[in-house]
Design a protein around this ligand. Structure first.
Ligand SMILES: Cc1cc2nc3c(=O)[nH]c(=O)nc-3n(C[C@H](O)[C@H](O)[C@H](O)COP(=O)(O)OP(=O)(O)OC[C@H]3O[C@@H](n4cnc5c(N)ncnc54)[C@H](O)[C@@H]3O)c2cc1C
Length: 238
């Protein structure tokens, strides 16, 4: 049976970057869903019932009473949300779905490859793991054009401080040599991914973002590093 669409109110908005906004959608009274960290919800505006778009939850399954999604100003829906969504607005929400789920095994290492806004579900992965005090290792390899595009930077650093099993590694792809940056420069490549892997058999790889980034990540992980397809989980957004 199809799950019902629910009306939710935007309780909070936060501009994370000039083109990226996080919305907090409050659950209606009596709603207490079972869902999994890493899933997405589908949104539409009240008057545009046919125009629905998916957004990964950046809140995790332990966060109750609301859904957080982080949206980039891109395309029709992304632009409308970032430029126009206000506290008090109503959005219609199809409940969480999807199979892009963290494998929280104690001796497993999750290597999470993201480009731009594709980092949002990994915030949820790291959040649940830290809140639960899990020993699962999580490493995010995050590609942005320049440091000003890093979403959740402060929060990721706080999660690192709270959770020794979690690390965020950033690479900047469009930074002029003279611009200061202590981190890595250049695109994600097999050498960088491989350098994070201690035991391939106990590593699960994730990639989220554009089709180009996700396909490239899969190619690097499966063809260059020799992981099996079952070890690679992907979420393509466009
Ligand atoms: C499972 C899933 C989860 C998603 N989660 C998120 C999320 O957490 N945050 C988020 O911002 N988006 C997310 N998206 C993308 C989102 O659903 C919309 O596609 C996006 O907001 C653009 O709106 P639109 O489809 O109305 O754009 P349209 O007007 O239909 O234009 C779509 C075109 O815009 C381009 N485009 C769309 N989004 C982007 C982007 N972010 N960066 C660069 N180019 C883009 C593509 O070329 C695409 O062909 C997710 C998509 C899926 C399938």
């Amino acid at each position: 049976m199809a799950k019902p669409t629910l009306e939710m109110t935007i309780e909070r908005v936060r501009m994370d970057l000039p083109d990226t906004k996080t919305l907090r959608l409050t659950w209606p009274d009596g709603y207490d869903p079972q869902f999994k960290t890493g899933q997405f919800i589908t949104l539409h505006w009240p008057e545009a019932t046919d125009y629905k778009r998916a957004y990964s939850l950046c809140s995790c399954a332990l966060d109750r009473g609301y859904f957080d999604v982080t949206v980039k100003r891109e395309g029709k829906m992304g632009t409308r949300i970032v430029d126009w969504a206000r506290v008090g607005d109503k959005l219609w929400v199809l409940p969480p779905a999807g199979k892009f789920l963290p494998v929280y095994e104690p001796d497993t290492h999750l290597v999470c490859i993201a480009g731009g806004s594709g980092v949002t579900p990994f915030r949820a992965f790291a959040r649940e793991s830290t809140l639960r005090g899990l020993t699962t290792r999580i490493t995010i390899l995050y590609s942005v054009r320049h440091p000003g595009e890093i979403i959740f930077q402060d929060e990721f650093r706080q999660l690192e401080a709270a959770n020794p099993q979690f690390r965020l590694l950033v690479t900047c792809t469009r930074l002029a040599q003279e611009q200061p940056w202590e981190g890595r420069r250049g695109r994600i490549d097999p050498g960088w991914i491989g350098a994070q892997v201690e035991d391939l058999a106990k590593t699960v790889f994730y990639a989220c973002g554009s089709q180009g980034l996700v396909d490239a990540a899969e190619e690097m992980v499966v063809r260059h590093l020799g992981a099996s397809k079952a070890q690679m989980k992907t979420e393509k957004w466009w």
